[in-house]
Design a protein around this ligand. Structure first.
Ligand SMILES: *Cc1c(COP(=O)(O)O)cnc(C)c1O
Length: 355
C-alpha cells in the first residue's frame, strides 16, 4: 500500500471520451485527443485509442515516444523550437506553428534530408494572445509558406481560454473561416485540417454555432473532467470524477490556527497571512507541493478546508468535519487541471487504474 495515489477510473474516462466523440461526430468534427496532461503515461494513450481516437496531440516530444506504436496521427501542439525540428519531423505527422522563421527552418531541414514535406497547421491568434499570427498577417504569412517546398500547409488552427482566458465568439470564428476561404481561393489549395480550438470551444458544437468548416477540435480537459470552462457544469452524459487522488493522514493535532513568533517568509519565499480562528483540529496529509497543486485539490469531504502546506505536507482544517480522522485514514480529493498535471508528473505518486 503506497500513498499518495492518483486513481484513474477507466470506465468513466472512456465514457467521457466516447461522449465527446459523439458530440463532435454529429458536426463532422474529429477529436484530436490531447495527452499532455498525462505526462507520458502510456495507458492513457491506450484508453484514448480503445475509444476509437485516431488523432493525438501533445506539447512535449518525449511523450510521443511512450506511445509511438499506437496507431494514429500525432500532432505537436506547442509550436516547435528551432532545436526540436529534427525530432518534430521524425516523431510527428504534423505540428502547430506560429513563427515564420521556424517554419522556414523546418522546410529547409526536410529539403536537406530529402524528406517528404512536414505538415503544418498555421495558428491564427483570434484574441487570446498566445501563439499564432494575427488575422491581418495571415495572408502575408501564407504567401511565404506556399513558396517553401519542405512544408505542406494543411490547415489553420485557433486557440482560446489559455493565456488571455478569451472565450470564442461567433465573430472570431467567422474571421477564422473567412481566412480559410481566402487562402483556398488565392492559392488553389485545400485546407483540410481546420483546428477550431480546445475544450473551451466544445460548447460551440452542441450550441450549433461551430462553423461547418471546422473539422478538428484538440481536446483534453473536457474528456478528463467531463466539464469545460464556459458553463462549468458537468457535460451531459459525462463524469466529473474519472480521476481522483488519495493521500494518507500522517498526523492529527489540536493547535492554534495562528503560528507563534515573529513572521518571516515561508519555504517558498512568501509572507503568509493567517486568520486567528482559535484552536482547531488539524490533519497533516502526506502529499506536498512536490506532488500536486493545492489550489486544484478539492477534498471530497466538503467540511475539510485546505490551509496550505509545504514541499511534502498538506495541512487541512478538519474542525468542521463529521468524520473523526485518525492517523492512517485516507483522504479523497477531486482534481482540477493543475493537480492532474502535477500528480501524473510526480514519480512519488502511484498511478492506479481501476475498471
Ligand atoms: C493543451 C492544448 C490543447 C488542449 O486543451 P484542453 O483545454 O485540455 O482541451 C489544445 N490546443 C493546444 C495548442 C494545447 O496546448
Amino acid at each position: 500500500m503506497k500513498y499518495p495515489r492518483l486513481i484513474i477510473n477507466e470506465t468513466k474516462f472512456k465514457n467521457n471520451v466516447k461522449v465527446a466523440i459523439d458530440i463532435c461526430k454529429k458536426n463532422n468534427i474529429d477529436v484530436l485527443a490531447v495527452t499532455k496532461g498525462f505526462c507520458g503515461n502510456r495507458r492513457m494513450a491506450e484508453l484514448y485509442s480503445e475509444c476509437g481516437i485516431k488523432y493525438f496531440g501533445d506539447s512535449r516530444l518525449e511523450n510521443f515516444d511512450v506511445y509511438s506504436d499506437i496507431e494514429g496521427h500525432k500532432q505537436l501542439l506547442r509550436i516547435p523550437s528551432i532545436f526540436e525540428i529534427q525530432d518534430v519531423v521524425k516523431k510527428c505527422d504534423s505540428s502547430l506553428n506560429g513563427d515564420l522563421n521556424v517554419i522556414q527552418k523546418i522546410s529547409k531541414y526536410c529539403l536537406n534530408q530529402n524528406l517528404k514535406p512536414h505538415k503544418i497547421v498555421l495558428m491564427v491568434d483570434l484574441g487570446d494572445r498566445r501563439e499564432g499570427v494575427l488575422p491581418e498577417e495571415t495572408l502575408y504569412t501564407v504567401d511565404q509558406i506556399i513558396n517553401l517546398k519542405g512544408v505542406e500547409l494543411i490547415g489553420l488552427g485557433c486557440n482560446f481560454g489559455c493565456y488571455g482566458a478569451r472565450i470564442p465568439s461567433d465573430e472570431a470564428m467567422q474571421i477564422f473561416v473567412d481566412l480559410k476561404h481566402k487562402i483556398e481561393q488565392k492559392y488553389n489549395i485545400k485546407l483540410s485540417h481546420m483546428s477550431g480550438g480546445n475544450s473551451l470551444s466544445l460548447h460551440l458544437v452542441w450550441e450549433n454555432r461551430m462553423p461547418k468548416e471546422i473539422n478538428f477540435l484538440r481536446m483534453g480537459f473536457a474528456m478528463i473532467f467531463g466539464t469545460e470552462d464556459m458553463y462549468r457544469k458537468t457535460i451531459k452524459g459525462m463524469f466529473r470524477d474519472a480521476f481522483r487522488c488519495q493521500a494518507e493522514v500522517i498526523e492529527v493535532d489540536y493547535k492554534s490556527s495562528l503560528p507563534v513568533g515573529k513572521c518571516g517568509i515561508d519555504a517558498f519565499g512568501h509572507k503568509p497571512y493567517f486568520e486567528d480562528i482559535g484552536d482547531i483540529k488539524r490533519i497533516i496529509v502526506g502529499i506536498g507541493k512536490l506532488d500536486t497543486m493545492f489550489d486544484a485539490m478539492i477534498p471530497i469531504d466538503k467540511d475539510l478546508k485546505i490551509l496550505g502546506g509545504s514541499t511534502d505536507h498538506l495541512i487541512i482544517n478538519a474542525n468542521d468535519s463529521k468524520h473523526n480522522y485518525k492517523v492512517g485514514d485516507i483522504i479523497n480529493f477531486d482534481l482540477d487541471w493543475g493537480s492532474l498535471l502535477y500528480l501524473f508528473n510526480s514519480k512519488y505518486v502511484e498511478k492506479i487504474f481501476e475498471k
